[in-house]
Design a protein around this ligand. Structure first.
Ligand code: SF4
Ligand code: MG
Length: 279
């Protein structure tokens, strides 16, 4: 059987991101992860919302949909339920995913639907020219915040761990090799995986030096089964840890649960359903 190399997952559409944008490294790392797992292109679907990073599906030669703002997870959920055998990846940015789309994360988490969600977090709204996003640090001065951003940034990992997402990780575009390894783990994970990628916007908020200085791999002793410890590590700011914070492989997925319902439902008569509703 012939093997597929990472470049073969690229589409004919050339990315139009600014030179140096962190999202290039994310694209390369994901294509490498697909090649590592030798996933057939026709078995992959990528769903996105709106924003610079949400252009991602156009650059990959798989199924994909560039949807509407904040709706990457509902789209990905629909694809997964319709085609459970498909590897489904949701992609997008911090504005798309944590602001207008933020309400979808707890529900993907409690369902534990088998989707890998990659959030390219550049701490800014890049496509609309640099407004503060949900992860912009307090006091950041920009064209749209000349007196400094006045809102506390949220902590995406702490949020995901609080919602009990079953796979929570952080990567940095400046460390693409490690990022690809985390993507492989996430794609293999049987459940909902959320990866925050620190992916700088070189045009409106260049944080490469900041993250190069502050990021470190998680301590080798960290047990990804320990959610409370993962929360404590996610609250650290100096250093900012990278790697797999938390993983629970024992929870059933939403697809598996629905499958069981489908198996049981045909045996239920209407009278039996009404009887149950009366109880
Ligand atoms: Fe990347 Fe920022 Fe350019 Fe958008 S504006 S493509 S996020 S560097
Ligand atoms: Mg952003």
């Amino acid at each position: 059987m012939s093997t597929v190399n990472a470049n073969e997952y690229k589409s004919q559409v050339k990315p139009i991101w600014c030179p140096g944008c962190g999202d290039y490294a994310v694209l390369t790392a994901l294509l490498r992860a697909f090649a590592t797992l030798q996933l057939p292109k026709e078995d992959i679907a990528i769903a996105s919302g709106i924003g610079c990073s949400s252009r991602f599906p156009a650059f990959v030669d798989t199924y994909g949909i560039h949807g509407v703002h904040g709706r990457a997870l509902p789209l990905a959920t629909g694809i997964k339920l319709g085609r459970p055998e498909t590897t489904v990846v949701a992609v997008g940015g911090d504005g798309d995913g944590f602001s207008i789309g933020g309400g979808h994360i707890p529900h993907a988490a409690r369902r534990n639907i088998n989707i890998t969600y990659i959030v390219m977090d550049n701490n800014v709204y890049g496509m609309t020219k640099g407004q503060p996003s949900p992860t912009t640090p307090l006091g950041t001065v920009g064209k749209a915040s000349p007196y400094g951003s006045q809102e506390q940034p949220l902590n995406p990992l702490l949020m995901a761990l609080s919602y009990n997402v079953s796979f929570v990780a952080r990567c940095f575009s400046g460390r693409p090799r490690e990022m690809s390894q985390v993507f492989v783990q996430a794609l293999r994970h049987p459940g909902f995986a959320l990866i925050q990628v620190l992916s700088p916007c070189v045009t409106f908020f260049n944080t490469y030096d900041h993250y190069r200085r502050l990021t470190r791999p998680l301590p080798a002793s960290h047990d990804p089964g320990d959610r409370l410890k993962a929360m404590a590590l996610a609250m650290e700011t100096e250093p900012l840890y990278l790697g797999l914070f938390y993983q629970d492989v024992d929870r059933p997925t939403y697809e598996a649960r629905l499958h069981e319902v489908r198996d049981q439902a045909p045996h239920l008569t209407l009278d039996a359903i009404f009887e149950q509703l009366r109880c």
